[in-house]
Design a protein around this ligand. Structure first.
Ligand code: PMP
Length: 303
């Protein structure tokens, strides 16, 4: 469950009970997927909580609203303050935040007339994604960047993600890997992808992907740990049988892939650079130094 009778959320200027909040059936967002949102993690920090990369997430929310021409005036500072307030009012320290900007009643196909903001949060007990994911190459491609602002986080884009994810599940896999319209690997339905080959991390370049904040953090970690990392196009065929691979995203964090199209990744996970990155990412979000990386234990036994 995402909320109970005590849960407080922010909606359009007020902190209200989630159970009592509602929205209209004539919203342009409901009918056309015309809304923008973020997925953000807050991690325990001492007795309190810290939102990881709040600025990057709220800047992206404002960017997404901007390219979609949704009239949205909140500053990143205000959005951050409101989000902390939602966490405090609920007593959450380990949590997922879901701000969404949605539009008023309007059945026309012109730009939004009025935007509303809701900030929801729920406690983070375990991730969406299981560890050691068995992934299939989707028959669905990511949306064409000439048709959508692919680098914005728009509700309607996730119809494509649902199709791909459900197709994978219907075929007995855990998750999908989508290609772009040229057949190159793009990303997962809700996460970016890296593969590891011969001591180098490789990830698809910008253009056909949501350039994730976690992806940027992984690249930062590679630079810090002096792990070679390249942005380069590759096909599913080139990825099958690579040394290792992982999905990364705010919710997923860094999650090991076991196989692609039933072809296992070659090296034992704990022997890979990818595993070191998974450990370093956990330290990074908790504000701990990388030296506290435990080299002997997997980051998660289950996810
Ligand atoms: N790609 C897609 C399609 C996503 O939905 C997400 C999750 N927001 C990501 C990549 C990863 O982005 P981030 O690291 O910013 O969460």
């Amino acid at each position: 469950m995402y909320y109970n009778e005590d849960t407080i959320i922010y909606v359009n200027g007020a902190f209200v009970k989630a159970a009592a909040a509602n929205t209209g059936l004539y919203s342009q967002s409901l009918h056309y997927g015309y809304a923008v949102f973020e997925g953000i993690r807050a991690y325990p920090a001492g007795d309190s909580t810290r939102i990881f990369k709040a600025e990057e997430h709220f800047d992206r929310l404002r960017y997404s609203a901007g390219v979609m021409k949704i009239p949205f005036q909140y500053t990143t500072k205000k959005l951050t303050e409101l989000s902390y307030e939602v966490l405090y009012r609920n007593g959450f320290t380990d949590a997922y935040l879901r701000p969404i900007v949605y539009c008023s009643a309007n059945m026309s196909l012109s730009k939004g007339k009025e935007a509303m903001l809701a900030i929801q949060a729920w406690e983070w007990t375990n991730g969406y994604l299981s560890n050691k994911m068995r992934v299939m190459t989707s028959s669905y491609q990511r949306p064409n960047p000439a048709a959508f602002h692919i680098n914005a986080k728009v509700s309607g884009h996730y119809v494509n993600s649902i199709l791909a994810c459900q197709e994978a599940k219907d075929n007995g896999f855990d998750e999908a890997l989508l290609t772009d319209s040229h057949g190159y690997v793009a990303e997962g339905p809700g996460a970016n992808v890296f593969m590891e080959k011969n001591g180098t991390l490789i990830t698809p370049p910008p253009g056909n992907i949501l350039q994730g904040i976690t992806r940027a953090t992984v690249i930062e970690i590679c630079r810090t740990l002096q792990i070679p990392v390249e942005e380069m196009s590759f096909t599913p065929e080139e990825m099958r049988g690579a040394d290792a691979a992982f999905f990364c995203g705010t919710a997923a964090e860094v999650v090991e892939l076991a196989s692609l199209d039933n072809v296992p990744f070659a090296r034992p996970w704990t022997d890979t650079l990818s595993y070191q990155i998974q450990q370093a990412y956990k330290c990074r979000v908790l504000g701990k130094p990388f030296s506290s990386i435990d080299q002997t234990q997997p980051a998660y036994s289950s996810f």
